[in-house]
Design a protein around this ligand. Structure first.
Ligand code: GRG
Length: 304
């Protein structure tokens, strides 16, 4: 097992999957727009439809297919619910009361173009919309009402105080503070890891995978999530705001990162180790999925 590239055509998989995700997001936002004021709907479109990697929804549809689900519009609509939560988190993260960022995904952050109050409402509107979306899409995929509720519950728990919101809170409290290894892991397991780990789990659940496979997918997502965050810190320390399409840097915010705590070389090694753990979890669970393998490697090999 290694974190080196395989012959799997990840670029083609990413392109195909992104096209499905973009189309699903368009449908979901068109459905949501009539319930929002036009200014809020415009801010939602700015935050959600800007050019992101779409990694969370792609993990979800990739796991869905790996578990025997038949990919189609409803699978992408389930996956879109993860991107709605992710997009809201970026919109709120950029607000002056949080990271105060001007640039996101290579263009002005949502509040820079649509104002702070509108961005707060746009982000907040996406949270219940995502939960309803996850449930609706899970039902459309043939799941029972009870199981569809469980799938939406996985998304909301990952987004909530025990997950992303809790991690962001720890992150805000930690600005300017030195963190030890355990505190750093705990923060990122929630802030970034929880949603990334929920993504393949939701895909597997929607496809009706067995319990041991769901456990494997969740562990895979946790390993990938850690590798992704460490790589984020490495990129933040080594690339310009223009290349990354976002600001301010962790250094400007006086944040402890995997690079400040462990140094660049060890941070890179830890990312590779986390990918290997993710791949080992798939192996143990008997999940043979070249796309999931390649996505884990992409989490550390990416350049933005
Ligand atoms: C009220 C405390 C409180 C929290 C609200 C704002 C918020 C919830 C959470 C912020 C979570 C956050 C910003 C996590 C960062 C995760 C991360 C590494 C984002 C970058 O992800 P990419 O690289 O971005 O996948 P793209 O743009 O490609 O989608």
């Amino acid at each position: 097992m290694s974190a080196e590239a395989t012959s799997y055509d990840l670029e083609a998989h990413l392109a195909r999957s992104r096209a499905g995700v973009e189309a699903a997001l368009e449908r979901v936002l068109a459905d949501l727009a009539p319930r929002l004021s036009p200014v809020v709907a415009a801010a939602v479109r700015h935050g959600v439809l800007s050019e992101g990697k779409r990694l969370r929804p792609i993990l979800c549809v990739s796991a869905f297919s790996a578990c025997g689900g038949r990919s189609g519009p409803a699978a992408f609509e389930l996956a879109a619910s993860l991107e709605m939560i992710h997009a809201y988190s970026l919109m709120h993260d950029d607000l002056p009361s949080m990271d105060d960022a001007d640039l996101r995904r290579g263009r002005p952050s949502t509040h820079r173009e649509h104002g702070e109050g509108v961005t707060m409402r746009a982000g907040a509107a996406l949270i219940p919309a995502a939960a309803l979306q996850a449930r609706r899409a899970s039902l459309a995929l043939g799941n029972s009402a009870e199981w569809a509720g469980e799938i939406a519950g996985v998304l909301m728990r990952a987004a909530g105080a025990g997950g992303m919101v809790g991690g962001q809170w720890l992150d805000l409290l930690a600005e300017g503070e030195a963190l030890d290894e355990e505190a750093l892991d705990g923060l990122h397991e929630r802030k970034t890891g929880a949603l990334l780990a929920a993504a393949p789990l939701m895909g597997g659940m929607a496809a009706g995978a067995e319990g041991h496979v769901l456990d494997a997918l969740h562990l895979y997502g946790r390993g990938l999530g850690l590798a992704f965050q460490i790589t984020d810190d490495v990129l933040d320390a080594t690339q310009s705001a223009e290349t990354l399409g976002k600001n301010p840097s962790d250094a400007a915010l006086a944040k402890a990162t995997y690079v400040t705590v462990h140094g660049l070389a060890e941070a890179r090694e830890r990312a590779v180790g986390a990918v290997e753990r993710a791949l080992a979890a798939l192996d143990r669970g008997g999940v043979d999925a070249p796309a999931l393998d390649a996505l884990a490697r992409y989490a550390v090999g990416r350049d933005n």
